[in-house]
Design a protein around this ligand. Structure first.
Ligand code: ZN
Length: 202
């Protein structure tokens, strides 16, 4: 059961990620709930775990169901709210990646296994794109990547491995990297003094 994609498909998914960042002016660290909202996707977070329907999708993290509406087909994502917050962020990006990659079309020819591999790859890439990791975490430590992009250590380790591979293949600075570097913005944290003034400490 291999989830490995071809290298040209990986590159294609990175380009689709760059489109997503550009088209929606995404701001980092990503706010997956906001992304769902601009895409018109409804999100249900189940604090006590997923409803029994989840068994049909053999998942304990989340799933997406198409819903018929007056305006055509829409999507509703269900997230297991009983899992750690960072995992929920990843789950939501994974489900949104299925939607962005058109995996939920009735005429899709992808196997489930391949679709899962693609959604996992894009979710991780979107949370911490190569170009932004290199720009914002130049020392490339896993813990700093996790902190800067609000990911679990496990997800940050995957992003780290992907960036190291891209660097070793001299595959950083491609057009999609440049587009991402130019269009994504970073949420600015207020300087410490300003923050303490807000908190009434100054
Ligand atoms: Zn999936």
């Amino acid at each position: 059961m291999s989830r490995k994609l071809t290298s040209s498909r990986y590159e294609e998914i990175k380009r689709l990620g760059a489109d997503w960042i550009e088209d929606y002016d995404l701001v980092y660290p990503l706010e997956p709930l906001e992304i769902a909202e601009v895409l018109g996707v409804h999100v249900a977070i189940h604090a006590d775990g997923l409803p029994p329907t989840a068994q049909r999708f053999s998942t304990s993290d989340g799933y997406t169901e198409p819903v018929a509406s007056r305006h055509g087909w829409k999507f509703r994502i269900h997230v297991n709210g009983a899992t750690p917050e960072l995992r929920q962020r990843f789950t939501l990006m994974h489900e949104l990646s299925h939607i962005w990659l058109d995996h939920l079309r009735a005429d899709t020819t992808l196997t489930d296994d391949r679709a899962e591999g693609e959604a996992n790859f894009l979710a991780n890439y979107m949370l911490a794109p190569d170009a932004l990791v290199v720009m914002w975490v130049p020392e490339l430590s896993i813990s700093s990547i996790a902190r800067a992009f609000q990911m679990s250590d496990e997800a940050a380790e995957l992003a780290h491995g992907r960036v190291i591979r891209a660097i070793s293949r001299n595959a950083i600075g491609r057009p999609h990297d440049q587009r991402i570097a130019e269009s994504s913005t970073r949420r600015i944290e207020p300087p410490a003094t300003e923050l303490s003034a807000w908190l009434g400490l100054a």
